[in-house]
Design a protein around this ligand. Sequence first.
Ligand SMILES: Cc1cc2nc3c(=O)[nH]c(=O)nc-3n(C[C@H](O)[C@H](O)[C@H](O)COP(=O)(O)OP(=O)(O)OC[C@H]3O[C@@H](n4cnc5c(N)ncnc54)[C@H](O)[C@@H]3O)c2cc1C
Length: 403
Amino acid sequence: MRTVTVVGASLAGLYAARELRAQGFDGRLVIVGEERHRPYDRPPLSKDFLSGRADEEQLALCDAEEETDLAAQWLLATRAHGFDAGGRTLLLDNGRTLVTDGLVIATGASARRLPGTSGLAGVHTLRTLDDACALRDALSGAARRVVVIGGGFIGAETASSCVSLGHDVTVVEAAPLPLVPQLGPEMAGVCAALHRRGGAELITGTGVSRLLGRGAVTAVELTDDRVLPADLVVVGIGAVPNTGWLAGSALLLGDGVLCDDGCVTALPQVVAVGDVARVGGLRAEHWTSATEQPAVAVRNLLAGRTVDSARPLPYFWSDQYGSRIQFAGQRHEGDTVRVVEGSTDEGSFLCLYEHQGRTTAVLAVDRPKPFLRARRELARPATRPPDLGPGPAPPPPPVTAGH
Ligand SMILES: Cc1cc2nc3c(=O)[nH]c(=O)nc-3n(C[C@H](O)[C@H](O)[C@H](O)COP(=O)(O)OP(=O)(O)OC[C@H]3O[C@@H](n4cnc5c(N)ncnc54)[C@H](O)[C@@H]3O)c2cc1C
């Protein structure tokens, strides 16, 4: 391969570029990114950056020295519009085309928007640095009434940061409890209690029917007819994989770019990594997956076929209201949950999810060291949950594990 192009200049794209060089690719490396920024870290956007404890410089994922070492051609503020596999050609937004032998798709995901709210001032989503800067500006100054729509991790972390800045915060969640898909009902209840303990109001089991306001939002109307006055609304209702630009290409799409266990797509010269990739049936929106998949994807890309598979144990963390939540593994419906250290009442604990006598996942709140031990134990081949163990496994149904 003489030219490899990475589309998506963020976490997974940067890790893929690093791997290409580390694994001996010495050809032309091009990195195409829609954002004008160099790769930066997203997790702090809803946490320390939003609450003012971190600045833009601290988000940078690579420095000038590493950039020199990568010897890549960066095409920032440039969107890829399509890929013609036959002609090995990428179509870029300014009419340019780029011929490439190999392609790494790392286009991540975009925040899902609430229909009918575009153009209404005071309504925010949080995915990019520009989003975070706009929200941080809106939150500076006097205390405001903030309504966060969606009680998932991004919603919860944003709510927590807004509370820490002195704002009056209400979180609205349509499901009876937030985070049930990720944590199961029992532990979702425990984590939901963090909102109330932390100083935010949590309204569950009620959807949003519309936002009120002319020009700027003034209130949120709920499906039970309640009206919540709001100066600012943050919509945190999940993310959508950025696959639109690949429509009409030879790649298989469906809640992400479909790949085998080795991140290889329907075309051997194209791999996908990070939030956009559905690897062996699972699309994870976790920082750790985006950093672990590239090594395997690049190995397979350079080999021209799948010689290795990416089956890391899913892992994510979340910081809310001064507590760190950590989760590893893959829980199943009907798992039993056993607290093995601390207690949910004291708000610091470690628990195991168990299915037919095997541990499937581990969750901790403010127990980092025991969690690390339990996570390592779970990742050992002998103790790995059966559907994550080595060897061929039937493809699981489509699942998205969102942060
Ligand atoms: C606010 C926030 C907090 C988070 N906190 C945590 C956390 O605490 N723990 C955790 O495990 N995970 C967390 N995550 C998730 C984690 O950040 C993501 O899993 C990770 O960023 C995925 O990296 P990625 O490179 O795959 O995608 P992204 O980071 O989404 O990057 C994709 C890049 O591709 C670009 N792009 C898209 N389409 C095109 C195109 N057509 N042409 C060119 N470029 C394109 C995008 O502009 C973007 O820069 C958080 C995410 C957010 C948004």
